[in-house]
Design a binder for this molecule. Structure first.
Ligand SMILES: [Zn+2]
Length: 287
């Protein structure tokens, strides 16, 4: 990546293009673009011609750089729950919409304003990396609550209640289940969440579909890159047909993601409301 950066601009898409003397502005490169966005650099690929030029004040750029630096140095729990992709996208949106009035450059304040449980993410994480890795491998990266891909080591009995860091109290969760369970005692969460089994089955099916669609999308993008690079010509015959296919496939991915999100929200609302009811019953017991 460093090869493409001069001053504050991500200049080009690849060395091959440069060698062919192809204009960077003719190509899109999502990885370079995302890198540029999250570091508030200027990206001079195709995206620039379709969107607004990215211009930030010096202060906003410095703040963004500071936040990216803090993110890189954040505790493992932060990096596990907020992947670089999510972080980059979210930071970019924030820069676009709020860069005029952006008040702070503190990572904790920023993450809190995005709705993340900052106290949990930054504290109570006395687990070392070996333990985390052991738990991930033990459960083969499968969330023990919903069966989808999981990467977050979770205290079954919340550490805030028990302070229990024993292996037997640790399990693996996806970011969604981890957040949903929050500080709920394990037995309560399991009892309430078992009724969402059909929703979780749908979520697992959608995850599988998305995985296949994304792989297909990558293949198509690879084909397009190979075609246009070989010809050193973004208008090479067949390129537009491939672009159309990529667009259609991307729409399917987006649609499938939207479906998942709806089901996740449904499950979240159900669990939260049942938990509220359970706490209420506990409070009024014996009245
Ligand atoms: Zn899960």
């Amino acid at each position: 990546m460093a090869d493409y950066i001069t001053d504050a601009a991500v200049q080009s898409v690849c060395v091959l293009c440069r060698r062919h003397g192809v204009a960077a502005a003719d190509f899109a490169n999502s990885a370079a673009q995302l890198f540029a966005q999250s570091t508030a650099l200027t990206y001079q690929g195709a995206a620039k011609t379709t969107g607004t030029p990215w211009q930030f004040t010096k202060t906003a750029r410095r703040q963004a750089e500071g936040i990216v630096d803090s993110y890189m140095a954040a505790p493992p729990a932060v990096l596990e729950n907020i992947t670089p992709e999510i972080f980059g996208n979210r930071l970019w949106r924030m820069l676009q919409t709020e860069h005029e009035t952006w008040p702070q450059g503190d990572l904790r304040v920023v993450l809190a304003s995005w709705g993340y449980p900052v106290e949990t993410l930054f504290n109570q994480n006395t687990l070392d990396l070996t333990t985390r890795q052991y738990i991930r491998e033990k459960y083969r990266h499968i969330c023990q609550y919903c069966g989808r891909y999981g990467n977050s080591v979770d205290h079954m009995d919340p550490v805030s209640h028990s302070g229990n860091n024993n292996i037997a109290n640790l399990t693996l969760a996806c970011a969604e289940c981890n957040q949903l369970k929050g500080d709920m005692p394990y037995a309560d969460f399991m009892r309430i969440d078992q009724t969402t089994a059909p929703l979780k089955a749908d979520l697992r099916r959608l995850e599988k579909t998305q995985k296949a669609l994304k792989q297909h999308l990558l293949d198509l993008q690879g084909q397009l890159a190979a075609l246009t690079h070989q010809a050193a010509d973004p208008t090479a015959p067949g390129a537009d047909a491939l672009r159309q296919k990529i667009k259609e496939n991307q729409d399917l991915v987006d649609q499938s993601r939207a479906d998942s999100m709806k089901i996740s929200q449904l499950r979240g609302r159900y669990v939260q409301s049942q938990w509220t009811v359970a706490q209420y019953r506990e409070e009024t017991r014996g009245w």
